[in-house]
Design a binder for this molecule. Structure first.
Ligand SMILES: C[C@](O)(CO)[C@H](O)COP(=O)(O)OP(=O)(O)OC[C@H]1O[C@@H](n2ccc(N)nc2=O)[C@H](O)[C@@H]1O
Ligand SMILES: Nc1ncnc2c1ncn2[C@@H]1O[C@H](COP(=O)(O)OP(=O)(O)OP(=O)(O)O)[C@@H](O)[C@H]1O
Length: 288
């Protein structure tokens, strides 16, 4: 059995520039992976079948599963006759704005490249990933990056300034399509993506905190007002910056001090079942 980690992502910024003729939105967003991860196990099969087993009963075990789609795509593109048993040990909350399914797909692409000795580059895997979903290309590379286009054009960035990230997911699932569909392009307050890149490049923690922004927040807030409450609680417990990730509903808070981290983590557990204290992956100066 080959195991591959599939980390969650958060959006430090998410801007929408315009709606495209293909009905996707042209985005500009800065994403980073965090150390909350699913674990994907891959075992080759001789019967050609793709089989999904998951520890989470709420995700599909057929061709609606993004890891299944990744395996099918590799098989079809490279004419592979073998099959694969895919085990998904789910740690990332589902339909949370943390790209759980996309990361499982990316890990499956990377794992099968190894398992079946295909010798594909990360760029090729990222191109394949874009056929599965807009977030999959980013998940293939991981780390920190600026994503443009519909999210599939990736420019790597250095690791962000060192801090803790508290993730809190209220008990609701959000449909990404519904959130993008509810966006009023004329009313957008654009985040300053350039300033965020500057903050990351200069390792400036307070500039990073001042530059976070996500234009999808207002849409999800209208659909699910409880997300606003989670955001307010996180601020009240002492986070330096608070934002919704992706299309939500997960809210994350940034904090660079361990005692405030405990306060936020413990405080939020009173409001949400799913709360995690994590680190951004690939930080330059790990705290501990
Ligand atoms: C919200 C984010 O997670 C932020 O990272 C992504 O933009 C969404 O990525 P994703 O879940 O991989 O999205 P996809 O599976 O490609 O698309 C789901 C749906 O979201 C909408 N969508 C997605 C990406 C994009 N740039 N514009 C869109 O309008 C489309 O209605 C699409 O049918
Ligand atoms: N491997 C998978 N893990 C989780 N969900 C999956 C998977 N494959 C398919 N899905 C389906 O995709 C939907 C969205 O799940 P996912 O956890 O990827 O959302 P998300 O974190 O909001 O994604 P994103 O941030 O990319 O928009 C779920 O309703 C689920 O049924």
């Amino acid at each position: 059995m080959l195991y591959v980690k599939a980390p969650a992502k958060i959006n430090l910024t998410l801007d929408v520039l315009y709606k495209r003729p293909d009905n996707y939105h042209e985005v500009e967003m800065i994403m980073t992976t965090v150390d909350l991860a699913d674990r994907i196990g891959l075992e080759s099969r001789h019967d050609g079948i793709i089989k999904i087993n998951s520890t989470n009963g709420f995700i599909p075990d057929d061709n609606r599963n993004l890891a299944y789609q990744a395996a099918q795509l590799i098989k079809d593109t490279y004419g592979i006759k073998k099959g694969v048993s895919i085990t998904i040990e789910k740690e990332i909350p589902v339909a949370a704005g943390l790209a759980g399914g996309s990361s499982d797909a990316a890990a499956t692409l990377k794992g099968l490249n190894e398992l079946w000795n295909l010798g594909l580059s990360l760029d090729t895997l990222a191109e394949l990933g874009a056929k599965i979903g807009s977030d999959v290309s980013f998940c293939v590379y991981g780390g920190t990056a600026l994503a443009t286009g519909r999210g599939e054009k990736i420019q790597k960035l250095p690791a962000p300034p060192t801090c803790w990230v508290v993730l809190a997911k209220p008990k609701i699932g959000v449909s990404t399509a519904q959130v993008y569909g509810g966006l009023n392009i004329d009313e957008i307050e654009h985040p300053n993506t350039k300033k965020m890149i500057e903050a990351i490049e200069k390792e400036d923690y307070s500039l990073m905190c001042n530059s976070i922004g996500n234009v999808l927040e207002t849409v999800t807030f209208k659909l699910h007002p409880e997300v606003i409450m989670i955001k307010e609680q996180m601020k009240r417990f002492g986070a330096d910056a608070v934002l919704m990730s992706g299309s939500g509903p997960t809210v994350f808070g940034l904090v660079d001090n361990e005692s405030r981290l405990s306060r936020i983590y413990n405080g939020l557990r009173g409001f949400c079942d799913e709360v995690f204290a994590v680190r951004m992956l690939g930080e330059r100066n790990p705290l501990a």
